[in-house]
Design a protein around this ligand. Structure first.
Ligand SMILES: [Zn+2]
Length: 77
């Protein structure tokens, strides 16, 4: 499946087309001084690891990371 080609009647991505490395480089937690790393699992699938400061409201689940995802995706697309 070529995810870069829009399909008629449906999409197969959530936040647009982007380079995972660029997305990781642009991702910042909006509530702490996080460190972000891109790691690949044994299948080569990229995973974003965000190391939040202790007590960060995103880390505790009090706030969503959605705005940070949107900011990073706008810069990465
Ligand atoms: Zn944080």
């Amino acid at each position: 499946v070529n995810i870069s080609t829009p399909q008629q009647g449906h999409t197969n991505y959530l936040i647009g087309l982007f380079d995972p490395s660029t997305f990781a480089a642009n991702y910042r937690c909006g509530h702490c001084n996080s460190d972000t790393r891109l790691v690949h699992d044994g299948f080569g699938v990229p995973h974003l690891v965000i190391e939040h400061d202790d007590g960060c409201p995103v880390l505790t689940g009090a706030l969503t990371a959605a705005p940070d995802v949107l900011r990073a995706s706008r810069r990465a697309s």
